[in-house]
Write a protein that binds this ligand. Structure first.
Ligand code: ADP
Length: 205
């Protein structure tokens, strides 16, 4: 199946672009959502996390206390490595399963970590959503009700803008209005439908 990876920095518009592709009947797999699924109550990974960090890492309803876990791994790189080694293969396997089950013309893997992890190996084509840093900050602070400093820290921890752009097969400039974003997505959709068709034909040819 033809798989498009969709990425961009915080506040660049990954969710907005994903929604537009979903409206066009494309299957969008959200890597963030998959990352939450693999640590749901009942999942083996959650038991392993509780075993390592103690049951204090669980909320009273049995769900993972993400904030507490984020604090631990932020302060201890060794714990972060352990967690990544546990979760990344599980996330990858679940993404592959979802791609396998997809009946759409093509699928999109939307992920903030597409280029930072081996998730880019799962896609045929990379789309980067790009806005300048000031736009990232203003849109994210408004969305999350946070301050600019916090958003700046997240941006600093992500892949630098020029390196992200260098890895793009296609770029979406989301500096305009939402109305201006839609035709950009539609144009790419037409291109991806064609590429997906070509790939299917070469598979059978
Ligand atoms: P991401 O998923 O990459 O973090 P979002 O899609 O959530 O980014 O976009 C960040 C915020 O900016 C959201 O509140 C969204 O509604 C808003 N937004 C996205 N695109 C635009 C745009 N072209 N113009 C104005 N606001 C936008």
């Amino acid at each position: 199946m033809f798989v498009v990876g969709l990425t961009g920095g915080i506040g660049s518009g990954k969710s907005a672009v994903s929604q537009l592709f979903e409206q066009l009947a494309v299957d969008v797999i959200d890597a963030d959502q998959v990352a939450r699924e693999v640590v749901e109550p009942g999942e083996a990974a959650l038991a392993k996390i509780a075993q390592r960090f103690g049951s204090d890492i669980l909320l009273s309803d049995g769900n993972l206390d993400r904030k507490a876990l984020r604090k631990i791994v932020f302060e201890a790189p060794r714990q972060r490595d352990w967690l990544e080694q546990l979760l990344h293969p599980l996330i990858r396997d679940r993404i592959l399963l979802k791609l396998d089950n997809s009946k759409a013309e093509y699928a999109i893997l939307a992920s903030p970590l597409l280029l930072e992890t081996d998730q880019h190996l799962l896609v045929n084509h990379v789309v980067v959503i790009d806005v300048d840093e000031a736009t990232q900050i203003s849109r994210t602070t408004e969305r999350d009700n946070t301050d600019a400093e916090q958003v700046e820290a997240i941006i600093a921890a992500q892949i630098p803008r020029d390196q992200r752009i260098a890895k793009a097969d296609d770029l979406i400039d989301n500096s305009g209005t939402p109305d201006e974003l839609k035709p950009l997505v539609e144009k790419l959709h037409t291109k991806f439908l064609q590429k997906a068709r070509q790939e299917r034909e070469s598979d059978f040819g």
